[in-house]
Design a protein around this ligand. Structure first.
Ligand code: NAD
Length: 546
């Protein structure tokens, strides 16, 4: 699928239409045919020249937030060029349009605001959400929706959380080639309890505290119903909801509509893929491992659940499989005797005396892997890493919390603390580094390996549901694309620059599951990869013949 969807716009309107604008790259023929003569300087540039010009300007900016603003403005002017820049420079641009910079962009959202993107629906819009959605000019194939209550590890950012759905949808296009014309970012403004925002004159959201209880649920329900009514085949991805809502909303809707929660299921899939790569290095299987999680929220229980599902698929009994995962939350080790545990933690509340802190739990349980997802920076201390190194030849150390300031440890700390033996993955990016003369290339357990391919696969086959089995298939596919050379340099994931190929493979695996389980609205094609690739958007301008 080429850039250049059918457009009726001409002249100035075309130059202001980011989905179709090519700026100075409009050819002589197009300038005449589309009423652009005189509205552009005479020289016709290639997309490559436009890209080089943009990168030169962007790289001259000192501050990541300024680069974010520059990229955002490009996105608002010329989507094809924006996605060309992102696709051709994924390693450089992804940390600017997503973690870690997007976290800062959300915190500063009102201050750097230039043009709205996506749709803002507030608690004041009850009763008219379908009408509001009809204001969206195109059709929507994928909605990423947030209520802004748990943005990355940064907590409640209210309506400023819009940076996340916008960023995630950019990754759908950049990493998998989902057509930007069908991507709709949505923020549900339920109020905010963030005092700083409530007192900030530039805050973009409602000046009120968060609504809770039935009024909250009714708004969500009206939104879901309206979205399905206005855009019948839409996939709805929940994003960065606080965990008291995330689990129950997922449970409420996952069996009724085509939906998933990336913080729970996408995270689980990428983390499991990293674990599977680590096991290849160790020559072990999941049943040989014991994982201790720091954190017991969406990411932790999502990952634990998928590890268990993977073990069950290998023939291990579910009750036995759960004993391989242990959780530590803000109150200490999750154990059976603790009262009032949230339902998602219960499968991991094992028989054990109470333990109040992570290091003591680690010493008591002697895990083979630690997975940090508590959004508390620096918690994999030298003592923690030493204990892992003492107990394991190749300790698995995943510091997944975002943004970088919340990371449990840096890559360098992980290697130094374990004599270079850690099998390390992180949530935020760390640069390659030298450890005792060897170049280590730690890679990010980035959800963007998974969700774009899952979405693309679901679109390609017309999936009616998105299931855990699909995320398991995605994890296995991602892990299978890690080469021995990757493993040798400490990389548990393929390079991010391969992301389009990775996403296409994941899309095929997801579509296979959908067809297998009768969850595909379309008929099964001869060749799944061809079907998937037919849905891939190409940001290069089409060649125009005179
Ligand atoms: P969450 O709010 O659902 O869970 C946080 C958990 O941490 C809770 O169980 C809480 O009790 C626990 N916690 C808080 N303080 C603690 C402390 N001092 N000691 C022990 N536990 C503590 O959040 P989440 O969605 O699970 O996300 C957690 C972190 O993981 C965030 O930083 C997020 O950005 C990151 N994350 C990374 C990836 C990735 O790398 N691919 C994906 C998803 C989430």
């Amino acid at each position: 699928m080429k850039h250049g969807h059918e457009t009726a716009s001409r002249g100035v309107a075309l130059l202001h239409d980011p989905l179709h604008n090519k700026g100075t790259a409009f050819t002589e023929v197009e300038r005449d045919a589309l009423g652009l003569r005189g509205l552009l300087p005479p020289h016709v540039h290639t997309q490559e020249e436009q890209m080089a010009r943009f990168l030169e300007n962007m790289r001259g900016l000192a501050d990541p937030l300024e680069k974010f603003v520059a990229l955002n403005s490009l996105h608002d002017r010329n989507e094809a060029l924006f996605f060309r820049v992102v696709c051709d420079h994924v390693d450089e641009i992804m940390p600017l349009i997503y973690t870690p910079t997007v976290g800062l962009a959300c915190q500063r959202f009102g201050h750097i605001f230039q043009r709205p993107r996506g749709m803002f629906i507030s608690i004041n819009d009850r009763g008219r959400i379908a009408d509001i959605l009809r204001n969206w000019p195109g059709k929507a194939g994928i909605i990423v929706v947030t209520d802004g209550e748990r943005i990355l590890g940064l907590g409640d950012q209210g309506a400023n959380g819009m940076g996340i759905p916008v960023g995630k949808l950019s990754l759908y296009t950049a990493c998998a080639g989902v057509d930007p014309a069908i991507c709709l970012p949505v923020t549900l403004d339920m109020g905010t309890n963030n005092e700083t925002l409530l007192n900030d004159p530039y805050y973009v959201g409602l000046r009120r505290r968060r609504v809770t209880g039935p009024a909250y649920d009714e708004l969500i329900d009206e939104f879901i119903t309206a979205a399905r009514h206005v855009f019948p085949d839409v996939i709805i991805q929940f994003e960065d909801f606080a965990n008291h809502n995330a689990f129950r909303l997922l449970e409420r809707y996952r069996h009724k509509i085509c939906t998933f929660n990336d913080d729970i299921q996408g995270t689980a899939s990428v983390a499991l893929a990293g674990v599977l790569s680590a096991l290849r290095v160790k020559g072990t299987s999941l049943a040989d491992e014991k994982f201790l999680f720091l954190g017991a929220g969406e990411a932790a229980t999502g990952i634990a659940d998928l590890i268990v599902a993977a073990m069950v698929a290998e023939g291990v009994d579910v009750m036995e499989a759960r004993k391989h995962c242990w959780l530590v939350d803000s109150k200490g080790l999750v154990v059976k005797s603790r009262e009032g545990l949230a339902s998602q933690k219960l499968p991991y509340a094992h028989d054990h005396p109470p333990v109040s802190d992570f290091l003591s739990a680690l010493k008591a349980l002697k895990p083979t892997g630690i997975i940090g997802v508590a959004a508390v920076g620096g918690t994999f201390t030298p003592e923690v890493l030493r204990a892992m190194a003492d107990g394991n030849e190749r300790p698995i150390v995943f510091a997944l919390s975002n943004p970088t300031s919340k990371s449990e440890c840096t890559a360098e700390q992980a290697y130094e603390g374990t004599d270079g033996r850690a099998l390390f993955a992180s949530g935020s990016p760390f640069l390659p580094l030298q450890y005792q003369g060897k170049t280590m290339v730690p890679r990010q357990g980035n959800n963007s390996y998974i969700f774009p391919g899952v979405g693309l696969g679901a679109i390609a086959c017309g999936a009616t549901r998105i299931t855990d089995e699909m995320f398991l298939a995605a994890a296995n596919t991602l892990a299978s694309l890690v080469t021995p050379a990757d493993l040798d340099q400490g990389s548990l994931f393929p390079p991010l620059s391969n992301t389009r190929e990775v996403s296409a493979r994941i899309a095929v695996a997801v579509a296979e599951v959908a067809f297998e389980r009768g969850l595909a609205a379309k008929s099964r094609p001869e060749d799944m990869l061809t079907l998937v690739k037919a849905h891939v958007y190409d940001p290069r301008y089409p060649v125009v013949h005179s």
